[in-house]
Design a binder for this molecule. Structure first.
Ligand code: G6P
Ligand code: MG
Length: 223
């Protein structure tokens, strides 16, 4: 693992790290799965985390052996429908929906002059940050539309480090999804997983909740 003193920047996932929108994505996808008659499972739910909108739809359709039943245009329509349902939930969010400890952590990063970037696969990232009133903390956002491959490919975390003018070894990535942890590790950055140690066992550091996300705890874990 990198040394804490070499760390200069933090690259954040959004959904499930900064706020619990993972819950809203799940709700909207589950609704769509029921509509098309695809089976839902906890495993599918876990595997969708961090995965782009169209890839998520494919995974859901594949779970029901339904992928060939829809044209590309119909798939676009299904994805748009899911997104409309998802945004109806997002638009009710307020700064109270920031996960515990995140605001303090962001403030401590700013106070200590760390660079901060967002590396979310979500095309709704700026809208969600706006609802949470966190836009000013994230001057650097990797645009998921520019990616050739989504998580677990490391591209988004590599681009995050580049956007901050840092080497990957100088960055810590923070994720709640196994696909995201794999992307951080593949980029050569230090990975912090938030959530279940069983799902995130490949992370360099695992914290059960966002409350544990402090510079002191990270320093301790990096030794
Ligand atoms: C994040 C979430 C995924 C979501 C993806 C795309 O990675 O973890 O659940 O599918 O973003 O989000 P979007 O808002 O663009 O549909
Ligand atoms: Mg996430």
């Amino acid at each position: 693992m990198a040394k804490f003193n070499d760390i200069k920047g933090f690259i954040f996932d959004l959904d499930g790290v900064i706020t619990d929108t993972a819950r809203f994505h799940t709700q909207a996808w589950h609704q769509l799965a029921d509509k098309v008659g695809a089976p839902w499972s906890q495993e599918l739910e876990d595997n969708l985390k961090g995965v782009s909108r169209m890839d998520s739809l494919e995974m859901i359709l594949n779970a029901g052996g339904l992928s060939n039943n829809y044209s590309d245009e119909e798939k676009e329509q299904l994805a748009t429908e899911k997104n409309t349902n998802y945004l109806a939930l997002v638009d009710q969010m307020t700064p109270d929906d920031i996960l515990p400890g995140i605001k303090d952590f962001l403030d401590s990063l700013k106070a200590n002059h760390y660079a901060i970037a967002l590396a979310s696969a979500s095309k709704n990232g700026p809208r969600v940050l706006g609802k949470l009133e966190l836009t000013d903390y994230f001057p650097t956002i990797v645009d998921p539309a520019t990616l050739s491959k989504g998580k677990p490919d490391p591209e988004i975390y590599i681009k995050g480090a580049e956007a901050l003018n840092l080497q990957p070894e100088q960055c810590i990535g923070i994720e709640d999804a196994a696909a995201g942890v794999e992307a951080i590790n593949g980029a050569g950055e230090t990975s912090v997983g938030i959530g279940s140690a069983k799902l995130l066992h490949e992370a360099d550091i695992i914290f059960p909740t966002t409350k544990d996300l402090t510079l002191a705890n990270i320093q301790k874990a990096m030794g």
